[in-house]
Design a protein around this ligand. Structure first.
Ligand SMILES: NC(=O)c1ccc[n+]([C@@H]2O[C@H](COP(=O)([O-])OP(=O)(O)OC[C@H]3O[C@@H](n4cnc5c(N)ncnc54)[C@H](OP(=O)(O)O)[C@@H]3O)[C@@H](O)[C@H]2O)c1
Length: 257
């Protein structure tokens, strides 16, 4: 199926590695030019090189932090110079480590960090990207949130609170941007394989086994399964889907909707 995004410009944030990198590859594989944003200039250069040689599209890296206003302003300037984005995929940095029980989340610095990493960063990127999208009658915005916004998970209080905030913000944006032809949706993952992450942040075997037992499918999801849903929401065919959250969690969330 042709997703109708060949030649479009897609911004993917937090994309020098992990999910963001894989999403950028997926959209580039469908013919979109991509702009990648993350802190490490070296990693961005490597990923942009990979994308250009593998998919034959243009890939532009902007080095900066989603928590730095000046960096996001620079990102906006690059987007403007490239003609403005058609597609914006908002991947945000992870919540502070180590994860803690709710009652132990009692330090203001961790709450401040989580707010800036996960909610304010999204608002900042929207502030620079969306004004560049308004005049063209077509656009796609997809935010990666978390299944925990719908079914809070143990030790995920920070992520739950701020991803629920992102979901609410995206819903408001969807309502306002619908008449402009811009759809705004969320993808809410859980249990997606993160074996790309090295060291302490990756799941141990015991943690992975415990996590698999949380889902009816009894396995972790793949990055490809996550990226495919994002690509669908970015596609021409998803034009009548807006204000929605699509779970990619192997059936973990037990609610009807
Ligand atoms: N895996 C799941 O099942 C699941 C479920 C729910 C939610 N999520 C969320 O999905 C998101 C992506 O997960 P992941 O596994 O891909 O994470 P990851 O492997 O930790 O990737 C993080 C990416 O974010 C970039 N980054 C980190 N801090 C940044 C900052 N301040 N500004 C700009 N870029 C920054 C990193 O690049 P630099 O270091 O170069 O900046 C890297 O490219 C996370 O927020 C995670 O919590 C995942």
């Amino acid at each position: 199926m042709d997703l109708g995004i060949r030649g479009k410009l897609a911004l993917v944030t937090a994309s020098s590695g992990g999910m963001g990198r894989n999403i950028a590859h997926t959209l580039a594989g469908e013919g979109a030019d991509v702009v990648l944003f993350a802190r490490s200039g070296d990693k961005l250069r490597e990923v942009c090189g990979e994308i250009e040689s593998r998919h034959g599209v243009r890939a532009t890296g902007v080095a900066g932090s989603m928590t730095e206003h000046a960096d996001i302003r620079r990102l906006g300037e690059t987007l403007q110079a490239l003609g403005g984005p058609d597609i914006v995929v908002l991947v945000s940095p992870r919540p502070p480590n180590p994860l803690r029980e709710t009652l132990q989340e009692n330090e203001q610095t961790r709450w401040d960090d989580a707010y800036r990493n996960q909610l304010w960063s999204v608002v900042e990127v929207v502030n620079v990207a969306v004004p560049l999208m308004l005049g063209r009658g077509w656009g796609r915005i997809v935010a990666i949130t978390s299944a925990s916004a719908k079914q809070p998970m143990a030790v995920h209080a920070l992520s739950t609170v701020f991803r629920a905030g992102v979901t609410a913000y995206m819903k408001g944006l969807a309502n306002e941007l619908a008449v402009r032809g811009i759809t705004v949706n969320c993808v809410a993952p859980a249990l997606i394989d993160t074996s790309h992450r090295q060291g302490a942040a990756a799941y141990s075997e015991a943690q992975a086994a415990r996590r698999k037992s949380l889902t009816p499918m009894g396995r972790m999801g793949t990055q490809e399964e996550l990226c495919g849903v994002v690509a669908f929401l970015a596609s021409r065919q998803a034009g009548f889907v807006t204000g929605a959250t699509i779970a990619v969690d192997g059936g973990m969330v037990g609610s009807l909707f």
